[in-house]
Ligand binder design. Structure first.
Ligand code: NAP
Length: 488
């Protein structure tokens, strides 16, 4: 028999069962589902397919562990997180390979995501020991206001496929730091990175029941009963606005604390006084990070009419030079899209823009052969009514439209039901602040095409959701304030 290659070795090391109460086990109905490589459309692994009974057992484990975990010394909670950070960094190469196999993005991008995910464990290892309340004299001087910050309780986390490790890390790390237990359900396309992460946390000494992971091909069926069970105290969801709305409704029956990290439609504004080369560099990052499959992806480029032809031409040149291929190949810069339905949606939005009069400067086609590849594409003269200016593209397509005044740019940027992030390029400091204040988004990148940072509060407004992940604010999502009135 031949020696297993690197990919086989990595796949063989991943646990494929459900992780419940500190034990790895098969689904009760012994069912599995297949995880596919989007670059080859070949099966990678079979993982356990949880049903409602499995999900409820996971919640029971989280419930049972909650009070002990809340009382666990904060320093030790932090040290588990610190060890997880170190393990993620030490095993970065193999974890990145696993992620590329299931999600498709280039290895360099998967490595960057492992670093980003690890940073949340490091950041919240430091926050675990800084949870504090306050002590205050009443305005009348006759009593005291005392507040204490306590863990919210068992949480349910539902995460998407586009950042298979980081979207979970942004929830799991602060929940552990705050003293909450949890049930996590990753997306069916990319469960392997989450299973590997659970194994790392187990090996770092996380007590049984604190983290429970269920993989399932029936997300709606397994999540709803958890949200309607009185033992659940919080839902944190990252995914589409459409599913988010449904889960907010389901959370109403037990009045859960809810955090929502939903869809985006980021505008990227280039003003007449911008450094054009820097704007093109930033556009490449904002558009092409994660094959364009990021909630923070620049979805609409609004460029001052004096710069637009040059900006679009330079962007098209850079996009043309990108190497598309299987993410595991060392020189690949752009991997495949996640699946056929995502690629179909990109094609549909592109066709709509072309029908409305947009011009293709480069790309424009799905690529032939195995894998869900799509050519990096730049469109110019995209008219205001085109659907891709209003809907999330989630692919490597950059539509360029123009504006003639600052007011017009701001109005176009804000004409969306989404409000996650916006990017702006200008050399004028006053304009940068004026526009940043006027943008209806939770985050703004000024002269930079990426905002993600474990030390910063990530999150949106409008239909991009509510709640913040990372920064000092990140742990607040997992704490509730109790006020004690003291007579003196
Ligand atoms: P999605 O279809 O909403 O799925 C997200 C998660 O929800 C997956 O785990 C999915 O499981 C699960 N799910 C789907 N239907 C459900 C239901 N009825 N009940 C309970 N769970 C359900 O989104 P996606 O396509 O995976 O991810 C892309 C979206 O996420 C984009 O809109 C993107 O902007 C958004 N996103 C937002 C952020 C942010 O921080 N704001 C970050 C990343 C991504 P299954 O797939 O297994 O069904």
């Amino acid at each position: 028999m031949s020696e297993p290659n690197e990919e086989q070795t990595v796949l063989q090391s991943v646990p494929t069962g459900l992780f419940i109460a500190g034990r790895w086990r098969a689904a009760a109905a012994a069912q599995t589902f297949t995880v596919e490589d989007p670059a080859t459309q070949q099966p990678l692994l079979e993982v356990a397919d949880a049903r409602v009974d499995d999900a409820l057992e996971a919640l029971a484990a989280a419930w049972e562990a909650q009070s002990r975990w809340a009382a666990h010394p904060p320093r030790e909670r932090g040290e588990i997180l610190r060890r997880a950070y170190e393990q993620l960094i030490a095993r970065q190469d193999e974890l990145a390979l696993l992620m590329t196999l299931e999600m498709g993005k280039a290895l360099s991008e998967s490595k960057a995501e492992i670093t980003y995910a690890a940073e949340f464990f490091r950041w919240f290892s430091e926050e675990a020991v800084r949870i504090h309340g306050r002590y205050m004299t009443n305005a009348t001087g006759s009593g005291r206001v005392i507040t204490m910050r306590q863990p919210v309780g068992p949480c349910v986390f539902v995460t998407p496929w586009n950042f298979p490790a980081a979207m979970g890390a942004r929830k799991i790390a602060p929940a552990i730091a705050a003293g909450c237990t949890m049930v996590v359900k990753p997306a069916h396309q990319t469960p392997l990175s989450m299973l590997a992460l659970a194994q790392i946390l187990e090996r770092c000494g996380l007590p049984a029941g604190v983290l429970n992971v269920i993989t399932s091909s029936r997300s709606g069926e397994v999540i709803e009963p958890l949200l309607k069970d009185g033992r659940t105290r919080k839902l944190s969801f990252t995914g589409s606005t459409q599913v988010g709305r449904k889960l907010i409704e389901q959370s109403a029956s037990k009045v859960l604390r809810v955090s929502m990290e939903l869809g985006g439609n980021a505008p990227f504004l280039v003003f007449a006084d911008a450094d054009l080369d820097a704007a093109v560099d930033g556009a490449m990052v904002a558009k092409m990070r994660n094959v364009g499959e990021a909630c923070t992806a620049a979805n609409r480029f609004y460029v001052h009419e004096s710069l637009a032809p040059q900006f679009a031409a330079q962007l098209a040149q850079r996009m043309r030079e990108l190497k598309v291929g299987r993410g595991t190949e060392p020189d690949t810069q752009v991997g495949p899209l996640i699946d056929g339905s995502q690629r179909g949606k990109v094609q549909e939005l592109l066709q709509d823009a072309l029908d409305a009069g947009a011009k293709v400067l480069t790309g424009g086609n799905a690529m032939r052969g195995a894998g869900y590849f799509f050519e990096p594409t730049v469109l110019s003269e995209v008219p205001p009514g085109a659907r891709m200016l209003a809907e999330e593209i989630f692919g490597p397509v950059a539509p360029v439209a123009t504006f003639s005044s600052e007011e017009q740019a701001l109005e176009a940027a804000n004409s969306s039901e989404y409000g996650l992030v916006a990017y702006l390029y200008t050399r004028d400091l006053a304009r940068a602040f004026r526009v940043a204040e006027g943008l209806e988004t939770g985050m703004v990148g000024v002269n930079q095409g990426m905002v993600s940072n474990a030390a910063a509060p990530f999150g949106g407004v409008k239909q991009s959701g509510f709640g913040r992940e990372g920064g000092f604010e990140g742990i607040d999502e997992y704490l509730q304030t109790k006020y004690v009135a003291l007579a003196l």
